[in-house]
Write a protein that binds this ligand. Structure first.
Ligand SMILES: [Zn+2]
Length: 184
């Protein structure tokens, strides 16, 4: 093997090892937290997660209408972020979200948790330029695909993946199940 190729392969290998350790030690997140999506099977991942990504108005069920749920989520003492507004399929890519719609979503979040959302993650991680600008104008910090690459990410109601599967693939969670999440 040529020396150049050898060095190249060694660098790739080192990068993979570094990536592996970043994922091993980085914070965990769980997506699609909202009263309309069952999170029973993933309960222990909710507990382990550092960030919960909340959908404010999934299927027209405003989280603020369920103060008991809001209280439960708050009592977990986690960082809470906003994950879309209604989380329809590729909501922030296919629809042009208006200022009013975004404000309403943020208001629902605020009424539930008592503070405005500061961080935002797109449903299915898909967006268009206009919507990205709108989020920035409203002071929301956006989580990108890159953070999914470096963090373990779980989903509520994980499309039939049995909790047993988690152990084997735990370290790569968020990358392999992105496609599952897309169905939601
Ligand atoms: Zn989602």
């Amino acid at each position: 093997m040529k020396k150049g190729i050898k060095i190249f392969l060694i660098i790739i290998l080192i990068l993979i090892i570094i990536w592996f350790f970043i994922r091993l030690t980085s914070s965990r997140e769980i997506d699609d937290v909202t009263p309309g999506i069952s999170c029973e099977d993933e309960k222990k991942y909710v507990e382990k997660a550092d960030i919960l990504w909340v959908v404010p108005n999934f299927q027209n069920y405003k989280i603020s209408e369920n103060p008991e749920w809001c209280g439960e989520i708050l009592s977990l003492n986690k960082t809470l972020g906003m994950h879309g507004i209604k989380h329809t399929y590729r909501e922030f890519r296919r629809e042009n979200i208006t200022q009013e719609e975004l404000e309403e979503g943020m208001k629902i979040f605020e009424e539930c948790f008592g503070y405005n959302p500061e961080i935002f993650k797109y449903p299915q991680l898909r967006y268009n330029k206009e919507n990205r600008e709108l989020l920035k104008e409203n002071g929301l910090k956006i989580r990108t695909k890159f953070s999914q690459f470096t963090h373990k990410v779980y989903h509520c109601d994980n499309g039939g993946i049995s909790p047993k599967d988690y152990k084997i693939t735990d370290i790569f969670r968020g990358i392999i199940d992105n496609r599952v999440a897309d169905i939601l």
